[in-house]
Write a protein that binds this ligand. Structure first.
Ligand code: NAP
Length: 248
């Protein structure tokens, strides 16, 4: 099978680590990003230097038309899509629920929930048109926050990840008859730029000693789980969740 994977938000953090990991496993990798073309090109160069295949695709996944174009461009440039990693997620500055505006909450949902549905919809079309669907798979990136709730930090973000957990369960059941597997990872405190967006760049270091394993996680540790869930080694796994939260 010609394995072509699209990873949304793959210029940095968990998405970038997943792009590199999947390239080492022989996937052609579509690196989606929103603005940071320099970071996306660095991920691509890394993969090409390893002898892998990759291309970058600028698209805002909160824009439905842009998502449809993105999937068409990936098919044209790399071939028919066989795997998807729904990875884009944002968080806003830390605050309590009583301070949150509808504008902020809607923005979080528009970035963290709707794109997972729309990207899955487009992926399924491509899987069904071009592949033995039993070999196709989707991984959604949720968060340990979906169960912990992120009180006093960003309950809106946590709730958006709760939606991704439900989405994973529902979509996995819808697609099980076709053999398309849908699974999810729930990272905890991982060293990436996302904490800077929440207003606390050193958040992982603050919390590390409170975690059962006593440290934060790396994007590569999350990427390893994503790669396994996409692989044939996980052929009987669907609707499942892997916790990557250091024991929390
Ligand atoms: P990150 O380091 O902040 O990277 C975000 C990536 O998403 C970048 O590649 C960015 O592109 C891209 N992006 C943002 N908005 C986009 C949009 N509208 N359209 C397309 N691309 C967009 O994030 P991360 O920490 O790796 O997080 C990845 C996933 O893991 C998210 O779903 C997050 O919620 C989840 N997660 C992270 C942690 C953690 O501790 N880091 C914990 C639990 C769950 P540009 O470079 O162009 O900006």
């Amino acid at each position: 099978m010609n394995k072509v994977v699209l990873i949304t938000g793959a210029s940095r953090g968990i998405g970038a680590a997943s792009a590199i990991k999947l390239a080492t496993l022989g996937y052609k990798v579509a690196i989606n990003y929103k603005e940071n073309s320099q970071a996306a090109n660095q991920v691509k160069a890394h993969i090409l230097n390893m002898g892998g295949q990759a291309a970058t695709f600028k698209a805002d996944v909160s824009d439905e038309n842009a998502v449809v174009r993105l999937f068409e461009e990936v098919a044209t440039e790399l071939g028919a899509l066989s795997h998807l990693v729904n990875n884009v997620g944002i968080l806003k500055s830390q605050m309590r629920v009583e301070q949150m505006t509808a504008k902020r909450i809607n923005s979080v949902l528009m970035h963290n929930v709707t794109p997972y549905f729309i990207c899955a919809r487009e992926a399924i079309k491509h899987f069904k048109a071009h592949h033995d669907t039993k070999r196709c798979a989707i991984v959604n990136v949720s968060s340990a926050a979906s169960k912990l709730g992120s009180a006093n930090e960003y309950v809106d973000y946590a709730a958006s990840k709760g939606a991704i957990d439900s989405f994973t369960t529902g979509l996995s059941l819808e697609l099980a008859p076709s053999g398309i597997r849908v699974n999810c990872v729930r990272p905890g405190c991982i060293y990436t730029d996302i904490h800077r967006d929440g207003g606390e760049p050193d958040r992982v270091d603050r919390l590390a000693s409170l975690l059962p394993l006593g440290r934060g996680g790396t994007p590569e540790e999350v990427a390893n789980a994503i790669a396994w869930l996409l692989s044939e080694e996980a052929s009987y796994v669907t609707g499942s969740f892997i916790e990557l939260a250091g024991g929390k």
